[in-house]
Design a protein around this ligand. Sequence first.
Ligand code: GAR
Length: 208
Amino acid sequence: MSVQSKPNIQLPSGAIRPIVILISGSGSNMRSLVETAEREDWAERLKAQVVAVISNRPDAKGLDWARSAGLITQVLDHRGFDSREAFDAALMRLIDGHQPALVLLAGFMRILTPDFVEHYQGRLINIHPSVLPAFPGLHTHRRALEAGCGFAGATVHQVTAALDHGPILAQAVVPVLPGDTEQTLAQRVLSQEHRIYPQAVAAWLQSH
Ligand code: GAR
């Protein structure tokens, strides 16, 4: 049911606050978080370190990079569970094995149960590819184009029981350009996601 690769790094002991990242796909936000944490020496400066990456999809591309970066990777395939509740309960057990101070959703494409959200209340953060509260849910770029928006963007927010709501920690805005497709717009937004997600997490760590 769950598959785990061995880490090839020594985790610092003591006061380091573990961070767990959840992904479902390419994991570019995960990579940006991990690389920023390294570059800015979060372990020393913010007493925090990304320790594990968990995916609900065995074929998530981001897992390869996470493994090569020496992170613990774990897969919990949601298709092996009868209910959302059962999957989330197993996921909580997996996450809690790392005793995380912070759980980061980075393209984790699952609707979370209220129990899960409550369990991590105050230490669960998400990035969403729209300027919330506009366009919660899926296909944000397509919907922004269809609506004729002049701007699109991304939001880092604390997770609450309501889908894609919760206190906003950071936002970025990009222009919608003539001839944009879903893909070109998504790429422009994504490059901003890679900037604001690590910034917002660093700010959260600084203030907690
Ligand atoms: C990102 O654009 C992220 O904002 C979005 O999925 C993409 C994941 O890309 N998340 C959601 O839509 C969550 N509702 P990545 O795997 O390369 O980080």
